[in-house]
Design a protein around this ligand. Structure first.
Ligand code: AMP
Length: 212
């Protein structure tokens, strides 16, 4: 089964995807993670994407779509969670046709609903391990030693796009481009809305119910 997990930046898509991978054997395609990797590795894609990401804007559809096509094409038979993709209607339509080529499709689209007031506090407090990518939060999930990853001992940093001015732009992009996907998936009859405000495990149990 292929799932799309969508919602605002900070709605918990990455956290819930990690649990789906660990406990239910899904494979994640996170376009945000793939793009950050491309930027870190100074690939051509990374160099094209960087300026958009730094500003909090969406990376152009064709770049992101090509990147996803490559990953799906290398292993089309497994169950994917698409995390942070699609983010526009054009991406959603491309994803459907890419999956159709492999005789599969999007089986469920789960919208993680979190109010804007909470998103801002989640994002400004988020800290990410530079080495292993583990995610912490200064108030909700602090590491045991300030600035140090509990998992690998790497340094915790604030993502450049988790500063307040950039977050505002990301939220605008989300509202204009991504929120309309709710209607898109509703019309396809595959939309589920999940309250993303509770504890991680509570949200995850809602997710499991949707998937059962
Ligand atoms: P994320 O980690 O999912 O919040 O993504 C971080 C940034 O990567 C976003 O603010 C965008 O600049 C870019 N990005 C990630 N996924 C997409 C996508 N599907 N379409 C366009 N830009 C994306």
């Amino acid at each position: 089964m292929n799932l799309v997990l969508f919602g605002a930046p900070g709605s918990g898509k990455g956290t819930q995807s990690a649990l789906l991978i660990e406990r239910m054997g899904y494979t994640q395609i996170s376009t945000g993670d793939l793009l950050r990797k491309a930027v870190a590795n100074l690939t051509q894609l990374g160099q094209s994407a960087k300026s958009y990401m730094d500003k909090g804007d969406l990376v152009p559809d064709e770049l992101v779509i090509d990147m996803v096509r490559e990953v799906i094409g290398s292993n089309p038979k497994i169950s994917f969670i698409f995390d942070g993709f699609p983010r526009t209607e054009a991406q959603a339509i491309s994803l459907e046709s890419m999956l159709a080529e492999f005789k599969t499709g999007i089986h469920k689209a789960i919208f993680l609903q979190v109010p804007n007031s909470e998103l801002m506090s989640r994002l400004t407090g988020r800290r990410v391990c530079q080495k292993c990518g583990a995610v912490f939060h200064v108030r909700n999930k602090p590491s045991s030693k300030d600035g140090v990853c509990d998992i690998c001992g790497g340094r915790l940093i604030q993502r450049k796009d988790d500063f307040a001015d950039v977050i505002e732009r990301r939220l605008v992009a989300y509202e204009e481009m991504t929120l309309p996907l709710k209607d898109f998936f509703q019309k396809k009859g595959i939309l589920s809305v999940l309250d993303g405000t509770g504890e991680t495990e509570v949200v995850f149990s809602g997710l499991k119910t949707i998937l059962s």
